[in-house]
Design a protein around this ligand. Structure first.
Ligand code: CA
Ligand code: CA
Ligand code: CA
Length: 131
């Protein structure tokens, strides 16, 4: 019982984003080390514009609501995305993984989310490790 608790504490410390989905993720997933290839980067503007807000999400992650992610309101703001080499990303047009779902495979670079009708539409995200 104590060992189980400690493992979850160590695992939670590894999460960069303290999203609302964290408790669920901690209960559901088992990781021992951070997988540096399991990440996604989200950009407020198109074409991966680093002059505008952008943030890297370490996977695995379940973000039920982007209103306060990494200190900023990302709801309906994301216009381009880079998926890391060992990650699969699911993005949703509504919070709580509802609405339209788009699956972005490993190494996917979407310079303009309007091509999948998701520009400034995403409100929740699931990021799993493994291509
Ligand atoms: Ca810009
Ligand atoms: Ca935007
Ligand atoms: Ca939306």
């Amino acid at each position: 019982m104590m060992g189980e608790l400690m493992r979850h504490v160590v695992m939670m410390a590894g999460f960069m984003g303290m999203g609302l989905g964290l408790a669920y993720a901690a209960a559901d997933l088992e990781i021992k080390t951070i997988d540096k290839a399991c990440y996604a980067e989200i950009f407020e503007d198109s074409d991966f514009d680093k002059d505008d807000p952008h943030v890297r999400i370490q996977g695995p992650a379940q973000i039920t609501n982007l209103t306060d992610y990494s200190g900023r309101n990302w709801n309906n703001e994301i216009e381009s995305i880079i998926v890391g080499p060992n990650a699969t990303m699911r993005v949703y047009s509504d919070k709580d993984f509802k609405g339209i779902e788009v699956i972005l495979p490993a190494n996917k670079r979407v310079a303009e989310l309007s091509v999948v009708n998701m520009s400034d539409e995403i409100e929740s995200i699931k990021l799993t490790c493994g291509g």
